[in-house]
Design a protein around this ligand. Structure first.
Ligand code: ATP
Ligand code: MG
Length: 512
């Protein structure tokens, strides 16, 4: 008898043990759900009641997704990968994590996707650090005013619409107006300035991104940059997370006390990806069919750009978001949102682009609300005069077109304005140092270009910049240390310019 009971209890104990440890129990513990439906980058999932908002879910074939909509009986998930491998009935499990991205020095020089996977055949990323892509912006108390310039190397921007480190400056314009070119030039100009750049491509053609990477590599700035790509072919989910991932990568460097420049190219595509996802998830559409939180989408991203106080490391994150306007409409929904979130904008006009006034910056519609305080003092003497001459000229030129008879001073203003416009032209990939810019702008302001035919002005400006190598060193040092030039310095500058322009007529070279 005893033996039978013993056998019975042993069997019962074994049964309980299997119940406790068998698959179905552990599965329930790990919360396995099933896909109900999957289409266009979005999946509906059932059976994961404990899921938290924005939690990362893992599907079969290690496809990841973000829990966006938490409805009582199902979850709307944004997929971060190829949905072709998923179908109704596929398994899903919770991860208990949010989306994160590798960060650290090891990322420099690399091209990665929005999940941090390398796209450049240079092996895996040698960093163990990962940061969540969505992080809270630094509190006001840790922020310092914008005081240091971020030179773009582009005359018209550095002189008239200056950008400071920690600023958010929008670049906007119709398609093919040179938006990317301005941002990439700004990156190229950081090659000798210890500023790390992050270029985030969202929803662009692969060939356009490849061209950007080539330009960075050719100018040898890729080693100090990180390129994060969510191309147009990738899922809308990846396009949606890309700028946040780029911001986290940049924030890591800012936390080490570094100055970082981030370019989001472009946020129009980002907004489109988010609108697509929201409509597929049946969130209520608002103006222009965008969901109600579209403003928050971009404000929480750009809020992460800042300049930290010295006791918090003194690092900075400067953001250059790019957006594309339709038919020059600056008052459409997304442009007005971004104009109000940023500290200023650089507007590129298709009309100027067609006339060949490159970069096609429309000075009248562009503004920098904080950069003026960060601008090198050396610009003060040239930029005010330049802006005035240019604004007057634009008005006068329209009149002059009607064949109106003009007095001498008007004619003079028009002639000067034409030269200013010529001087502000600049080719791609030809960044100029602050000193080179100031000398060229002084030349036009002082009328030293007045006798040169308009067609030769651009060439003469370039020639002047070349002649400056190892010249006027004391003035150069003053400019870079943020001092204003004295009257004697200015005289030395104009002497030097005269000597370069008329090498024969001046007997000696002004070499201060
Ligand atoms: P998209 O809307 O397609 O993104 P975009 O506004 O970013 O275009 P870019 O691709 O930067 O424009 O430039 C458009 C074209 O203009 C390119 O072929 C570029 O080489 C040329 N371009 C831009 N700026 C200059 C410049 N300063 N000098 C000469 N060419 C330029
Ligand atoms: Mg572009």
């Amino acid at each position: 008898m005893n033996g039978i009971f013993q056998q019975f209890f042993q069997q019962a104990a074994e049964h309980i043990d299997t119940v406790l440890h068998n698959d179905s129990f552990t599965l329930r513990e790990r919360e396995i759900g099933r896909v109900l439906q999957v289409s266009s980058g979005v999946a509906r999932v059932k059976g994961l009641p404990g899921t938290k908002a924005m939690e990362l879910l893992r599907f079969e074939n290690s496809i990841m997704g973000i829990a966006f909509n938490l409805d009582p009986d199902e979850i709307g998930v944004v997929l971060l990968g190829e949905e072709a491998d998923l179908s109704a009935g596929s398994r899903v499990e919770r991860t208990g994590r949010v989306v994160d991205i590798p960060v650290g020095k090891a990322l420099l020089g690399r091209v990665i996707d929005a999940l941090g996977q390398p796209l450049d055949n240079a092996g895996s990323l040698k960093t163990g650090l990962r940061w969540p892509i969505e992080r809270e912006a630094r509190p006001i108390i840790e922020r310092a005013p914008v005081t240091e310039p971020l030179q773009t190397g582009i005359k018209v921007i550095d002189a008239l619409i200056p950008i400071g480190r920690g600023q958010r400056q929008l670049i906007l314009g119709d398609r093919q107006t040179g938006k990317t070119a301005v941002a990439i030039d700004a990156m190229l100009n950081q090659s000798d300035k210890n500023i790390i750049s992050v270029y985030c491509a969202i929803g662009q053609r692969g060939t356009a991104v490849a061209k950007v990477i080539d330009r960075l590599r050719a100018a040898d700035v890729l080693k100090n940059s990180i390129v994060l790509v969510a191309a147009g072919e990738s899922s809308p989910g990846l396009q949606y997370i890309a700028p946040y991932a780029a911001a986290s990568i940049a924030e890591w460097f800012m936390d080490q006390g570094e100055d970082v420049l981030v370019i989001y190219d472009d946020l129009t595509r980002h907004a489109h990806a988010y609108r697509e996802l929201s409509l597929l998830l049946r969130r209520p559409p608002g103006r222009e069919a965008y969901p109600g939180d579209i403003f928050y989408l971009h404000s929480r991203l750009l809020e992460r750009a800042t300049h930290l106080k010295p006791e918090h490391g003194g690092g900075s994150l400067t953001a250059l978001p790019i957006i594309e306007t339709q038919a020059q409409n600056l008052s459409a929904y997304i442009p007005t949102n971004l104009i109000s979130i940023t500290d200023g904008q650089v507007y590129l006009s298709p009309a100027l682009f067609q006339k060949g006034n490159l970069p096609a910056v429309d000075v009248g519609k562009s503004v920098s609300r904080v950069g003026g305080k960060a601008q090198l003092s050396g610009y003060l003497d040239v930029s005010g005069q330049l802006r005035l001459a240019y604004a007057q000229f634009e008005e006068l030129e329209t009149f002059a077109r009607f064949g109106t008879r003009l007095d001498d001073s008007t004619r003079h203003n028009i002639a000067r304005g034409r030269r200013v416009r010529e001087v502000l032209k600049q080719d791609e990939s030809q960044p100029l140092s602050a000193f080179e810019q100031i000398v060229i702008l002084t030349a036009v302001n002082e009328g030293l270009f007045d006798d040169i035919p308009v067609a030769n002005i651009k060439k003469t400006g370039d020639q002047l910049a070349k002649a400056l190598i190892n010249q006027l060193e004391s003035q150069q040092n003053k400019i870079y240390s943020g001092e204003r030039l004295s009257a004697e310095d200015k005289a030395a500058l104009t002497d030097f310019i005269r000597a370069v322009l008329n090498p024969d007529s001046t007997p000696h070279h002004a070499n201060a």
